[in-house]
Design a protein around this ligand. Structure first.
Ligand SMILES: *Cc1c(COP(=O)(O)O)cnc(C)c1O
Length: 440
């Protein structure tokens, strides 16, 4: 498979080159030259396959020119060595729990896959790379954990001081080795701005080979398709599910749409957004107007100009009407998000995190005949699932207030509380960062 830049001003590249570069030289996102179709009978027989077999079959066409099959097998096996249970919340809504990985958020899969790809591409130690990433909380932990100990890869994570939860901060500041955490005295946008400027900085690029580990990177974005196959394996209904994805940068939902485009049955996609409603508005007005992100309780989705939306448009050949036939979107307020956590706990004894709550409310709305949900292909009712993208313990303040009790800390993260935080405090001034990096 070859990849081209959606800005169409850069040469086509292999999977390896696209992964190492992150973004194309013309600042476009890489996109596969075609969307592979699943082998005949694959979906019908899905239940017979292991997670590894599904992972290899789905990913193989995307990586074939860069990863030998044995390496792909190993990488997939290491990437998906935890569970992806589909749990029933009520008669019409299931939760695909994507928080059983090492950092309790869905980003583990993409981060683990990408780190192992970079490790393999660097096997002769000839293209040492520095991964630079800004995080509002979840990305940092997943990337730190995924890249820990990978030879030839140095990871630098910028996070906003005092604005990530205790578990999140411990996940990104306690690992050491090739992982460095920079605690920026500012907000997530400040961190993001520093990273963006660094990518364009001539001095830095002369010294280091930088790459990004956010969902613009094909090696992080594409393996996210696997969740939707694992959900389908566990899907018991006859009708295809409505799939509701809490969305920020739209990498996760876009991966789901790639899975659909390659043959996975999905009735409809819903992009559940918080007050950052650029895509919700776009689907109603056909006007795409990026905005400054606003802060919400589902902060991993506080994105004012979702990078991956251009990829979604490409899947539908940039035809608004075909896109609108398959994708719907609704924006949920913080008030409603918290209320949803309370009600779902009370009614179904299920604890949602704020991101999952945005999705639950969106899907419930969609199934409700009387709702204000934008009319959508005339379809109502049916059955579907949300992607529960993080464990509630990562957002204790909001969740504990909403359910009126403490959340139990899962075994997987208890050990973190005995570790010591190690971070470098920096101002939000770009020059301070640059000086630090150049002298490192
Ligand atoms: C990153 C993240 C999202 C948003 O995913 P995108 O791919 O950026 O749309 C949703 N929920 C959680 C918990 C996240 O960490």
């Amino acid at each position: 498979m070859k990849y081209y830049s959606l800005n169409k001003q850069s040469p086509i590249v292999t999977f390896e080159q696209a992964t190492v570069k992150g973004q194309a030289p013309d600042k476009g996102l890489y996109f596969p030259e075609n969307i592979p179709q699943l082998p005949k009978g694959f979906i019908e027989n899905l239940k017979q396959y292991s997670k590894e077999e599904i992972g290899v079959t789905v990913m193989q066409p995307y990586v074939a020119d860069s990863l030998p099959n044995v390496e792909l097998h190993r990488i997939v096996a290491e990437t998906v060595n935890f569970n992806f249970p589909l749990v029933k919340i009520n008669e019409s809504i299931y939760s695909l729990e994507l928080f059983h990985g090492p950092t309790l958020a869905f980003k583990d899969v993409g981060a683990r896959f990408m780190s192992r790809c970079l490790g393999y591409f660097n096997r002769n130690n000839n293209q040492k790379v520095t991964v630079l990433v800004a995080t509002s909380g979840d990305t940092g932990g997943a990337v730190a954990n995924g890249f820990l100990g990978v030879e030839g890869v140095e990871v630098i994570i910028l996070y906003p001081s005092g604005k990530v939860s205790p578990v999140q901060e411990l996940q990104l500041t306690t690992l050491g080795q090739n992982i460095t955490a920079l605690e920026v005295q500012g907000n997530f946008d400040d961190c993001q701005a520093i990273v963006k400027q660094a990518f364009m900085d001539v001095d830095i690029n002369a010294k280091l080979s930088l790459t990004s580990a956010n969902s613009i990177n094909v090696a992080r974005w594409l393996p996210q398709q696997l969740y939707y196959f694992y959900a389908h394996q566990q899907w018991q209904q006859n009708d295809a599910p409505v799939v509701c994805v809490p969305s920020g940068n739209f990498g996760n939902i876009c991966a789901g749409m790639m899975a659909f485009a390659s043959g996975l049955p999905v009735a409809n996609f819903i992009a559940a957004c918080n007050s950052n409603d650029v895509v919700t508005n776009y689907l109603q007005t056909e006007q795409y107007s990026p905005k400054q992100a606003v802060a919400t309780v589902s902060n991993a989705m506080d994105v004012g100009n979702p990078s991956n939306f251009v990829r979604i448009q490409q899947i539908f050949n940039n035809e608004f009407s075909s896109l609108k036939n398959k994708l719907s979107s609704i924006s949920i307020s913080d008030e409603t998000t918290k209320q949803t956590i309370t009600e779902v706990y009370k009614n179904y004894n299920y604890t949602l995190d704020p991101h999952g709550a945005v999705a639950f409310n969106a899907l419930e709305n969609y199934f409700n005949e009387d709702s204000q949900f934008p009319p959508f292909g005339g379809v109502r009712g049916g059955c579907g699932y949300i992607l529960e993208t993080a464990h509630p313990v990562k957002f204790p303040d909001v969740v504990e207030e909403a359910i009126g009790k403490k959340i139990e800390v899962p075994e997987e993260v208890k050990y973190l509380f005995n570790k010591t935080k190690k971070s470098t405090l920096l101002s939000s001034n770009y020059n301070d960062f640059k000086e630090w990096l150049m002298n490192k």
